[in-house]
Design a protein around this ligand. Structure first.
Ligand code: PEP
Length: 253
């Protein structure tokens, strides 16, 4: 049984003070019997403030990116070891903004996934097609290529070591959510590809998140799909009420 997971990607929003206020509001709001797991991914600079707030919390601290090397002359970068030392448990890798705005390649993302896993961080491998690729009928091919390259040789045993987020690029930050039929088709395909790559047990344990304009009003329908195990939430995670409403839509009971 995969426990649903909802992660808020705060992107380049919320410095330490505002991040602390939001994480406190989210953590307090979670006091209900909600069984879905929740995580937040603040900007690097706000990680220590959020980490201090989460010392006795089940809320998962996530990062938005990392460098694949352990240390060295990589100005502006942060390593997996630094993230774990700061209390980070999961790290988003291959987000479409990293791919398109910062030129990250499939190969580099594969190296990052391997480095994260080697340090005990759970990679949240983000994959998804552009609108042009979807229009050309290439969605499953693109997602398959990104998945295979991102996974590389990373060992996966029961699936808890990995999260995959399917985020169609055309749905991120646009208000255009993929339809349940589109999400269902791609998530089923990803589960099938994981089965081919790592076997049924591993594939059955990997949580597959949908991301792309998830809001309180559409979360329940998307999260009810068999192969959707929660969501990666951008804009709607910046406000405690909407993030909590999405989180409650992923509850298991
Ligand atoms: C994201 O950035 O991962 C995302 C899904 O953003 P939004 O929810 O704003 O579309």
């Amino acid at each position: 049984m995969r426990r649903p997971l909802v992660i808020g990607n705060w992107k380049m929003h919320l410095g330490p003070r505002d991040a602390e206020a939001l994480v406190r509001a989210v953590d307090e709001g979670r006091l209900s019997s909600n069984e879905a797991q929740a995580g937040v991914a603040p900007p690097y600079i706000s990680i220590p403030a959020v980490s201090a707030c989460l010392a006795n919390s089940e809320l998962l601290l996530c990062a938005q990116n990392m460098h694949q090397e352990e240390k060295g002359a990589f100005t502006g970068e942060v390593s997996a070891a630094m993230l774990t030392e700061a209390g980070v448990k999961m790290v988003l890798l291959g987000h479409s903004e990293r791919r398109t705005l910062f030129g990250e390649t499939d190969e580099q993302i594969g190296l990052k996934v391997a480095a994260a896993a080697a340090r005990g961080l759970v990679p949240v491998l983000c994959i998804g097609e552009t609108e042009e690729q979807r229009d050309r009928g290439e969605t499953l091919e693109v997602v398959g290529r990104q998945l295979a390259a991102g996974l590389g040789d990373m060992p996966v045993s029961d699936g808890s070591e990995l999260v995959v987020a399917y985020e169609p690029v055309w749905a991120i930050g646009t208000g255009r959510t993929a339809t349940p039929e589109q999400v269902d088709e791609v998530h089923r395909a990803i589960r099938g590809m994981l089965t081919e790559h790592r076997g049924a047990v591993a594939a059955g344990g990997v949580r597959l998140l949908y991301g792309g304009s998830v809001k309180p009003g559409n979360a329940r329908e998307l999260f009810s799909l068999a192969d959707v195990d929660g969501g990666l939430i951008g804009g709607a995670s910046l406000e405690a009420r909407s993030f909590l409403d999405i989180l409650f839509a992923a509850r298991t009971e």
